[in-house]
Ligand binder design. Structure first.
Ligand code: NAD
Ligand code: TDX
Length: 332
């Protein structure tokens, strides 16, 4: 049995990862999370006391990070400022947390010689044309567009530099857009689900031709566990499940699944610099590590996600009005 330190474990993907580790392994989990607006303690209820510990703190706090890393066998680093729209309003926390916070963790795993896995995003590669036959691969050059994706790109470069210069035992994964339970309602899919529950028309940025490559959060996390088991130190693995859909199609599908007319949505102001298309080629992960996703049907994954938001209104309701008030100031 070993101890896994999970940064950002009260966030969307991190909290689902914590649950998966506790269910699928004998390991203990130590979460370090600052509980920003995006962290929700309600995502970590009902976990076994003898194998789970929560520490509220900042990944930029080097003394705290050093102490927690010393206790762990493996560090899985999810903590980040994660929302593009927020990074356009106020980039500073993205620079602090995503860059300096990753640096603080790297220095600690270097000192204590701990295995490190860095969670990153496909957005570091910029965007693709709609008709481009190429998809992102591990060899695609970095071309981030937003302050968020630039800060994640920088954090990936830090990890590679610490591997090469200091022999840190790290791997990186860059995943496409996740959906599933416990995703903050500022994000596209849960924002629209909770709008429809509230009788509010969903909001589509611009014409909605932008394509995202959707993957269920459990498939992302099964890939991360596989990389921890069998990934090669120093390597990057792209995670994706061939789930490309444009935003208009996703809104129409959500409306249909929730019993509404497919055209009952509003076009709102587009995101400045809005990336057109992301698409992942996960051949390396599939062939070298034998990973396969389990959610092959997007509509049924979405239906289960809708059920989760319907059944867990107490989880999201306290945040809804503040999220919508923020979007309203931007005509979104
Ligand atoms: P999230 O915003 O839901 O959660 C982030 C968590 O990190 C929150 O619990 C927050 O409190 C915590 N946090 C933020 N700043 C912190 C700090 N300074 N110290 C400690 N904790 C801090 O994000 P998410 O969607 O779960 O994303 C998790 C990771 O996965 C991020 O690194 C993100 O870049 C990456 N990622 C996300 C997606 C996606 O579709 N959501 C896709 C690919 C990669
Ligand atoms: O109300 C909305 N209407 C809309 O049309 C919102 C909130 C979004 N959108 C569009 C913008 C994007 O094209 O939907 C798409 C998805 O938007 P987000 O959920 O904000 O995700 P995205 O910007 O694609 O980034 C996500 O995937 C990659 C995560 O938030 C990142 O953390 C991850 O790195």
């Amino acid at each position: 049995m070993s101890i896994v330190l999970v940064t950002g474990g009260a966030g969307f993907i991190g909290s689902n990862f914590v649950r998966r580790v506790l269910e699928a392994t004998d390991d203990s989990v130590l979460v370090l999370d600052k509980l920003t607006y995006a962290g929700n303690p309600a995502s970590l209820t009902g976990l076994p006391d003898d194998r789970f510990e929560f520490v509220r703190g900042d990944i930029c706090d080097r003394e705290l990070v050093d102490r927690l890393v010393a206790r762990a066998d493996t560090v899985v680093h999810f903590a980040a400022e994660s929302h593009n729209d927020n990074s356009l309003r106020d980039p500073e926390p993205f620079i602090t947390t995503n860059l300096y916070g990753t640096f603080a963790l790297l220095e600690a795993v270097r000192k204590h010689d701990k295995r490190f896995h860095h969670i990153s995003t496909d957005e570091v590669y910029g965007d693709l044309e709609l008709d481009d036959p190429e998809r992102f691969r591990e060899t695609t050059s970095y071309q981030p567009s937003s302050p968020y994706s630039a800060s994640k790109a920088g954090s990936d470069h830090l990890v590679r530099a610490w591997v090469r210069s200091f022999g840190v035992r790290a791997t990186i994964s860059n995943c496409s857009n996740n959906y599933g339970p416990r995703q903050h309602i500022e994000k596209f899919i849960p924002r629209q689900i909770t709008n429809i529950i509230d009788g509010v028309r969903p909001k589509l940025y611009g014409q909605g031709r932008n394509v995202r490559d959707w993957i269920h959060v459990d498939d992302h996390n099964s890939a991360v566990l596989r990389i921890l088991e069998a990934g090669e130190i120093g390597q990057t693995y792209l995670i994706g499940a061939d789930g490309e859909h444009d935003n208009k199609t996703v809104i129409e599908l959500l409306l249909r699944l929730m019993g509404q007319p497919a055209d009952a949505y509003d076009h709102v102001n587009d995101r400045p610099g809005h990336d057109l298309r992301y698409a992942i080629d996960a051949t390396k992960l599939r062939t070298e590590l034998g990973w396969v996703p389990t959610y092959s049907d997007f509509a049924s994954g979405l239906a289960a996600t809708i059920d989760w938001y319907r059944a867990n209104e107490a989880w999201w309701r306290p945040h809804k009005s503040a999220v919508e008030a923020k979007y309203a100031t931007q005509g979104q």
